[in-house]
Each structure stands twice: as structure tokens, then as C-alpha cells.
Write a protein that binds this ligand. Structure first.
Ligand code: SF4
Length: 361
């Protein structure tokens, strides 16, 4: 398959592994901050072919996983309001809140619908003018521009019963917060390809300047990841820290200015709660004043109490890169994809789900 098989070439992969083994002399821990990387690393057995002194750890890159319990509780509260249709991407339906989930609310009669795009939610709003249709806006810089575009489209089409509950997250502030926390032992970052398609390379420069950690923006095929790791190794061996783009076929240094413009038109950065990381300044997206009519939080009373993580669940520590799922006493015992205790087991991009599916541990 064009554009796929050439990035899975076994001979080239073996050469990259040899290059890494030949050049890497220093112990290194690289964090992937994207759930798609987590899954790809497992699926292609990348860990197994690296020298033992190079470790790969997972970080807060799964949008469902980093959504705070409080935000799930808000979605549940919304679903219980008569006349509201809640629309969302698939994985969110199963994530447990403090005492319910959207799946449970749906089974009790709430109108919760899975959509494949934000424009589907606008369409549902058009078809149901007597109801309020709320889209749950989760995800990083990759999906947030599409949500902004749907808001602009709804405004242009006069769809005034479409609302968004914005729980979006911005990745670079989370990297900053992780490193500022002081308990993360990491040598460099495997930066997410699809987020970087939108934001470009510049936002990672802060990580390099403040913490002297190499950053390489990588694609998701095995050769992308191996070449990206080789580039990180080169920086470590040379004692350098800079932002590099391995995923050049998709990522431009300046990102996607059109997507950033529409994002900036509708939303502005705000402080946001992350599961496991707490409140991170300027890491979320709130509606700008001109678009507040689309803000579900401004329309409904969605105040909910702060709630702790599920008992025994280590999702917070896993998202901070200080534990792996194997360190969680519930892993494979009480917690599995059929009966997930925490969000890292729910999402297909969650670290616990990836360990469950692909790891022999
Ligand atoms: Fe939470 Fe389950 Fe992962 Fe443990 S295995 S951290 S309970 S999601």
C-alpha cells in the first residue's frame, strides 16, 4: 500500500536498529506523549528491538485518559437534563465518572449519540430544533480546530441549538507542567505527529529552552518511530537539545496556520484540570466572548463536586510517566477492557489498554 508499506520495510528497520545500537552509549528514557505512538510502539514491537539501556515510557497523550473525572461528571449531568442530546466520539461513552458514565445514562434513557465528526453533531442539531444538542469537545490541538470550525458553521447556518462542552487540552503546557513537577525522569520527548501538523515545531522550543530536553516530532509507522528514536539518540550523544521534525511528509515547522486561525477565532487558552496532573495554567480552551452563545457551561448549570480517582486506579501516575500499568494492582485482575476501572483502560489509545492488548506482562 503506497505511503504505508514503505514505512514498514523490515530491511530498513533493521538498519535503523543497528544505527541506534551503534551510536547509543548513554542510558535514556524517552516519553511518547501521544496515545497513537503508545499503540504503534507495542504493535510493532519497537521496545523489544532497542538496546536495554533505552526505555520508552508513556505520557499524557490520550485525550480520553486525561479528561478529569469532574468533566465526565459534567457530561453525565448534561445527559440527565430533559431535552438535551449529548453527542460525542465513541470512547467517551464508556469512561466512568464518579458515579455513572454516559453509557449507563444512555441505558437509563438519556439521549447520548456517538458521532464520527463534529459536523454530524451540527446536523443532529438541525434535525432536532426543539432540543439542545451538546457536543463533548475533548482532544488536543488536532481535533480542537474541527470543533471550532463546526461552531463557525453552526453560526453561519443559524443553528442556535448547538452547544459545545469544551474540555480540550493543549499538549505543550502539559509537557512543561510534567517537567516542572520534578518527579519525571525523562531524557527526551517523542512528540506527536498529528498535533504537530497543526501547531508546528515552535511550541516545543519552550521545553528545549527551559529544560534542555531533546524533542523529535515523529510519525506513526515503525520506520518513523525508529528514525525518530535514532534522532533523539544523536542529540543525547552530542549533549544537544533541539526540536527536530522526523515526520516531514506531514509536519511543517509553521504548522497549519489556517487551522490555528479558526481555533484562535473561537477559543482562547484557559486553565484546565488534567487527570493525574491537576490544574495546568493555559492548557485548556475556553470560548471567546463572541462565541459564548455556543458554550454549554454558560447555558447550563454544570457545577459538580470535585471527585477523586477510582479507588486503587493508578491512571494519574501512569499519565505522569511515573508508573506503568504493570505497577497497578488492578491491572488484568479487576480492570480489563470489558470492565474498565479507569480511563486508561477504556480508550483504544490508553496505555493500560495497549499493555493489556499487546504486552505479555
Ligand atoms: Fe486504572 Fe485499570 Fe489502568 Fe489500573 S489498570 S491504572 S485501574 S485503568
Amino acid at each position: 500500500m503506497k505511503y504505508l508499506s514503505e514505512y514498514r520495510d523490515g530491511t530498513l528497520a533493521a538498519k535503523l536498529v543497528e544505527r541506534i545500537k551503534a551510536t547509543s552509549t548513554k542510558p535514556a528514557r524517552f516519553m511518547e506523549i501521544c496515545g497513537t505512538h503508545t499503540v504503534a510502539i507495542f504493535k510493532h514491537g519497537i521496545r523489544e528491538v532497542l538496546p536495554g539501556h533505552i526505555q520508552l515510557i508513556s505520557g499524557p497523550g490520550c485525550p480520553v485518559c486525561v479528561t478529569a473525572t469532574r468533566d465526565i461528571d459534567k457530561a453525565v449531568k448534561l445527559a440527565r437534563i430533559p431535552g438535551v442530546i449529548v453527542t460525542t466520539f465513541g470512547d467517551m461513552i464508556r469512561v466512568p465518572g464518579s458515579e455513572s458514565s454516559l453509557k449507563k445514562e444512555k441505558s437509563r434513557g438519556a439521549d447520548v449519540r456517538m458521532v464520527y465528526s463534529t459536523m454530524d453533531a451540527v446536523q443532529i442539531a438541525k434535525q432536532n430544533p426543539e432540543k439542545k444538542v451538546v457536543f463533548l469537545g475533548i482532544g488536543f490541538e488536532t481535533t480542537a480546530p474541527t470543533v471550532a470550525a463546526s461552531v463557525v458553521a453552526a453560526e453561519a447556518q443559524g443553528v442556535n441549538n448547538f452547544l459545545v462542552l469544551s474540555s480540550h487540552k493543549l499538549l505543550p503546557p502539559a509537557m512543561d507542567a510534567l517537567l516542572s513537577g520534578g518527579d519525571l525522569d525523562v531524557s527526551g520527548f517523542m512528540c506527536p505527529g498529528h498535533v504537530s501538523v497543526i501547531i508546528g515545531a515552535a511550541p516545543y522550543q519552550v521545553v528545549v529552552d527551559r529544560f534542555h530536553k531533546p524533542c523529535v516530532i515523529m510519525g506513526f509507522e515503525p520506520l518513523d518511530i525508529l528514525l525518530g528514536i535514532a534522532m533523539l539518540v544523536d542529540q543525547i550523544e552530542a549533549g544537544e537539545a533541539k526540536v527536530e521534525i522526523q515526520y516531514r511528509r506531514a509536519v511543517k515547522p509553521e504548522g497549519n496556520p489556517v487551522a490555528m486561525k479558526i481555533l484562535d477565532k473561537v477559543f482562547e487558552p484557559c486553565d484546565a484540570p488534567w487527570r493525574g496532573l491537576g490544574m495546568i495554567p493555559k492548557s485548556g480552551l475556553a470560548f471567546r466572548k463572541a462565541y459564548r452563545a455556543f458554550d454549554a457551561e454558560a447555558f447550563f448549570d454544570l457545577d459538580v463536586a470535585d471527585s477523586p480517582e477510582p479507588a486503587g486506579c493508578s491512571c494519574g501516575d501512569i499519565l505522569r510517566g511515573v508508573k506503568t500499568p504493570i505497577d497497578c494492582a488492578l491491572f488484568r485482575k479487576l480492570c480489563n477492557p470489558e470492565n474498565p476501572v479507569g480511563p486508561c483502560m477504556v480508550s483504544s489509545e490508553g496505555t493500560c489498554a495497549a499493555y493489556y492488548r499487546y504486552s505479555r506482562a
